[in-house]
Design a protein around this ligand. Structure first.
Ligand code: CP
Length: 360
């Protein structure tokens, strides 16, 4: 590493958490790298076209190899000497199980804590000490936390100790969910493989855009493509945050906001539905919002292009009619399975073994 970079990292190590957290992301991205590679996966903004393409290739290869028992047996030898800690103290089904499955595919041994009520946090231990404790036993921590910034704080803290281990952010409050964005991107890439890829596509994101971390992370990630247009469709109160708009303007990504789902659907190459995130309500404000205007049901299908795709990070409520599941354009069940492969690829990358997989 260049001397200047090294000095910057030392400076970042010396400041306290409040100062570190306030530091603009671009000025601290290197803190989460080692030897020119990602060490922690915390934000979509860390992912470059080169890393994304490496991860897609690795995911495709893992998926192919794992089809045969001998292949899966071989994959399971690759990280059989490593242990993963799954610290998921905010509810999850698919992120948790897909990461757990991804670890099994690569042979990692997995430990889990799924609630602060079953860890020593119930006795008053801080999240910081809890996470530090995991680093005594595990080689990687995959975490979901209700508090924004906690994954970053874990990485900030562990990168200063003698035995640093990688952190993967599996969802941090309303903030980010970068591996969901990665699996969304992987699904878009597969779906548009025969239509020139993700470049030049129009993506319509619908729902609670203010508090939906998957939408935020995917918006950041789409900067890696050319000619992408974004249409954000939401109730007035749940419009996409200003920081995303600033980012899109900076990266010259055209976007518009609308409250008209039907009109927007006609333009879509991909529709990305999301549920209302009322777990983040402060005073039950969601109950006054008419979300039915942002529900996708069978009557909308005729408005969509024949080759458009329908996505949803799931879980869903009424915003995505179950009747749509049978439409060939519905990709959300594949999307969640894609999550397992791309998460396996990410783990392989963080342990630096992706070449073993790619070169076999
Ligand atoms: N998409 C997603 O994060 O789902 P879970 O909350 O079930 O993990």
């Amino acid at each position: 590493m260049k001397k200047v970079e090294s000095k910057k990292i030392e400076k970042l190590k010396s400041i306290n958490w409040e100062e570190f957290y306030k530091t603009p992301l671009n000025n601290k991205l290197k803190y989460f790298e080692k030897n020119g590679r990602l060490f922690d996966m915390l934000f979509s903004q860390q992912l470059t076209p080169e890393i994304i393409s490496n991860l897609f290739a690795t995911a495709n290869k893992i998926r192919k190899i794992a089809k045969a028992k001998e292949g899966l047996d071989w994959l399971q030898t690759l990280l059989s000497h490593k242990r993963a800690m799954l610290y998921f103290v905010q509810p999850s089904t698919r992120t948790f199980v897909s990461f757990q499955s991804a670890c099994y595919i690569l042979g990692l041994k997995v430990s889990e804590i799924r609630s602060t009520s079953t860890s020593s946090e119930i006795k008053g231990e801080s999240a910081e000490d809890t996470i530090r404790t995991f680093s005594s036993y595990a080689d990687i921590i995959i975490m979901r936390h209700f508090e924004e910034g906690m994954a970053e704080k874990a990485a900030w803290m562990l990168n200063k100790i003698k035995r640093p281990i990688s952190i993967i952010n599996g969802g941090s409050g309303k903030d980010q969910h970068p591996t969901q964005a990665l699996l969304d991107l992987y699904t878009l890439d597969i779906s548009f493989a025969e239509r020139g890829g993700i470049n030049n596509k129009t993506i319509v994101m619908v729902g609670d855009l203010l508090r939906g971390r998957t939408v935020r992370s995917l918006s950041y990630l789409l900067k890696n493509y050319k000619g992408v247009k974004l249409i954000y469709v939401s109730p007035e109160y749940l419009r996409i945050g200003n920081e995303i708009k600033v980012f899109l303007k900076k990266h010259k990504i055209p976007f518009k906001e609308s409250a008209d789902l039907e009109k927007s659907l006609k333009e879509a190459d991909a529709v990305y539905m999301t549920r209302i995130q009322d777990e983040y309500d402060i005073n039950g404000e969601s109950k006054d919002i008419d979300y039915t205007k942002f529900h996708l049901n069978q009557k909308h299908l005729k408005l969509l292009k024949k080759d458009a795709i329908i996505m949803h990070p799931l879980p869903r409520r009424q915003e995505l009619d179950v009747e749509i599941d049978n439409d060939p354009r519905a990709k959300y069940w594949r999307q969640e399975r894609n999550g397992m492969w791309i998460r396996a690829a990410l783990i392989a990358y963080l342990f630096g073994i992706e070449d073993k997989i790619l070169n076999i």
